[in-house]
Design a protein around this ligand. Structure first.
Ligand SMILES: [Zn+2]
Length: 145
């Protein structure tokens, strides 16, 4: 599988770790959107599109984000820290919607996206730069945990 196109939409918020949204086309026929480019301590990393996980209130069945302390629907106090933990003990609050299943593919995507991002950053320095037209997801400022 080859990456045939990467589109980068830079985000202009200097203090945020979210640097860009990205769409990646595979083999000229399959597109994954809402990939995020995030600045971490060790440089930028590519985050696959993900959704917030939720669970249901034991009392009323209402749906709540895993970090909610009270039920959105009935106001019952919810058990804190009820999200499952990963190997590092961090709460697992998001689930990837689409993601590579091996390190090789992850590296391939990371390299291509990083290169396209750096290229777009260079282009953005030129006068008259127009950012790529791309819809942003509804939750365009994701919680980064
Ligand atoms: Zn409830």
């Amino acid at each position: 599988m080859e990456i045939t196109e990467v589109r980068i939409k830079l985000i202009n918020n200097k203090d945020e770790r979210l640097k860009a949204f990205c769409s990646v086309t595979f083999d000229n026929e399959f597109v994954v959107r809402d990939i995020k480019i995030i600045e971490g301590a060790k440089g930028i990393f590519v985050a696959m599109p993900s959704r917030k996980m939720s669970d249901h209130c034991e009392k009323c069945g209402g749906k709540n984000h895993l970090r909610a302390k009270f039920c959105n629907n009935c106001g019952t106090a919810l058990i804190e820290n009820r999200a499952r933990k990963d190997a590092q003990g961090r709460m697992k609050l998001h689930a990837d919607i689409a993601h590579p299943i091996n390190a090789d593919c992850r590296r391939k995507i990371q390299e291509k996206v990083t290169a396209a991002f750096n290229e777009e950053m260079e282009k953005a320095k030129e006068p008259g730069y127009k950012p790529v037209e791309m819809d942003e997801p509804d939750n365009d400022v994701p919680e980064i945990v």
